[in-house]
Design a protein around this ligand. Structure first.
Ligand code: NAD
Length: 281
């Protein structure tokens, strides 16, 4: 079984991006800029944002974090986004989710200029992805896609099962696999027989949030299995896939942690650089 090393793949991607940023700097005499808006003091969000800033600096991006207290008014955030939209030094804008209850997430997402939407959550980018046009692609599914392609460059005709239909993971993952000519089944909490669906799959991507949901006897021999889940349990962090069982069947599997997670931030940097490049045309 191939253990898909997301840490290594992310380090390789960051090294490529670092070179690209250096080339862009010498060509345009400026570097792509990423601005993250962080609202409140949720510990996981603070950790994510710190890691994003560290990685952005590592590849040579200009990085900025704007912090607001939990009590910030929605209007203040929307005005800041407008300001960043027209700031030429800002290539990418990310508002760290989740937001406090009094702030309308959709309003915030839609306020970001789609050409600076490095999360790929703006409806314009969602539409572009599903139409097969160039767009920012949500970072986690993009990371999964790059890991799958490392194992199997030609996905044409493969049967893929995506478990979970969130806007963040399942739906964009489905679009990426469709674009590669996979035959894709998207499953969810109302799917009648999830095990039977998974057993058909050459590729399984699990993005559910239920610890070790996908079992060893759900997986066909030689399937590629990508585990997006991050679940806190009494035994530590586990994924949505039962690692010990599935590793006996699968051709390749991502561990949790150390699989998809590290690719997510690297893909955010990739999206920022792509936004910059599109703005220079
Ligand atoms: P979500 O809660 O938005 O969506 C979960 C999806 O799972 C839903 O579409 C639901 O229909 C489906 N589902 C629920 N129960 C099911 C069942 N019994 N069978 C089949 N499908 C079922 O979750 P999300 O935001 O997509 O996150 C999923 C997981 O991925 C979580 O554990 C989250 O922490 C993790 N995550 C990881 C990363 C990363 O970088 N690795 C990034 C984002 C999210």
């Amino acid at each position: 079984m191939i253990l898909i090393d997301g840490k290594k793949a992310a380090a390789e991607l960051r090294a490529e991006l670092k070179e690209e940023v250096a080339e862009l700097k010498s060509k345009h005499n400026k570097v792509p800029g990423l601005t993250v808006i962080l609202i409140g003091d949720l510990t996981p969000s603070q950790i994510y944002v710190r890691n994003k800033e560290k990685s952005a600096n590592e590849v040579g991006l200009k990085s900025e974090v704007i912090k607001y207290p939990d009590s910030v008014e929605e209007k203040t955030v929307l005005e800041k986004i407008q300001e960043l939209n027209s700031d030429e030094t800002v290539s990418g804008i990310l508002v760290q989710l989740p937001l406090p209850k009094h702030i309308d997430k959709q309003k915030v997402i839609e306020a970001i200029d789609p050409s600076k939407d490095v999360d790929g959550f703006h409806p314009m980018n969602v539409g572009n992805l599903s139409s097969g046009y160039e767009s920012s692609i949500p970072c986690t599914p993009l990371g999964c896609y790059l890991l799958i392609k490392k194992i199997e460059p030609n996905l044409s005709g493969k049967k893929a099962v995506v478990v979970g239909r969130s806007n963040l993971n399942g739906k964009p993952m489905t679009q990426l696999l469709l674009k590669e000519n996979c035959t894709v089944t998207i499953t969810h909490s109302k799917t009648k027989d999830l095990k039977a669906e998974c057993l058909e799959a050459d590729i399984i991507v699990a993005a559910v949030g239920i610890p070790e949901l996908v079992r060893g006897d759900w997986v066909k021999k030689d399937a590629i299995v990508i585990d997006v889940g991050i679940n806190k349990t009494d035994n530590g962090i586990v994924g949505d896939v039962h690692f010990d069982e599935v590793s006996k069947n699968a051709k390749a599997l991502t561990p949790v942690p150390g699989g998809v997670g590290p690719m997510t931030i690297a893909c955010l940097l990739k999206n920022t650089i792509n936004c910059f490049k599109r703005s220079q045309i």
